[in-house]
Design a protein around this ligand. Sequence first.
Ligand SMILES: [Zn+2]
Length: 265
Amino acid sequence: MTNPVNSTYVPKRVMVIVAHPDDIEFGCAGTIARWVRQGAEACYVLCTSGDVGILDPNITREQAAAIREPEQIAAAKHIGVNNVVFLQEPDGMLEPTMALRKRLVREIRRFQPDTLITGNPQTLWAGDGYINHPDHRAAATAAIDAVFPAAGMPTLFKELEAEGLTAHKTYKVYVEAWDNSATTFVNITDTIDLKIEALKFHKSQMQDWDPAPFIRERAAEAAKGKEMAYAEAYRVITFDDALPKEEPQPQSTSAEQVQAAPEGA
Ligand SMILES: [Zn+2]
């Protein structure tokens, strides 16, 4: 285990895979906003359209999806992300099946991210008042199983070649970590306002609730003891054999660590 570092890595192409509309805005939107401002291109993949997430028995699942997909598109656009894919799997019933893995492999081979962000499939609960939604675990499991090793194996799902899609290896996987497993903290001090604004586009979910205090409190907690006011925290897995070619070596260590290197090293 490395010491937690303040990441200055910037991907060229980052894909986020989640279960529901608003998962990204609650999760990694501050990081995405930061990276987009530094030149990254981002793609969101939503496994479901949140079609059972409006708790009104008079609103059908079809109606709910028709409300929530535009909310997600607007939230993405607000931070500069125009590429949003809805797989439209059934909300509340998501399972990490081989069929879902293949659908995600297709998206990974299509977009060719160097970096993938998803949730933590091992998070069953947090604190004393939260059980992680099974769809979140399913989406995260399917995403991790799709990105490694499936997407990078040339003869697995070879039929996708008919769509012009061939094997693609992803360099880094960022797993959202709101516990002590975090190894990397992305400074979102300059983008937390954008994150909060993006979250507010999910009007069907926010209603009268102002998410700002909750988001700020959590981001401040993640940043505690580091040289930043607000952070998003990740466990980062790096595949050195998938380092993008013809790209400068990404810098993934903090300034302190560079200074601490022995002279002449
Ligand atoms: Zn969710």
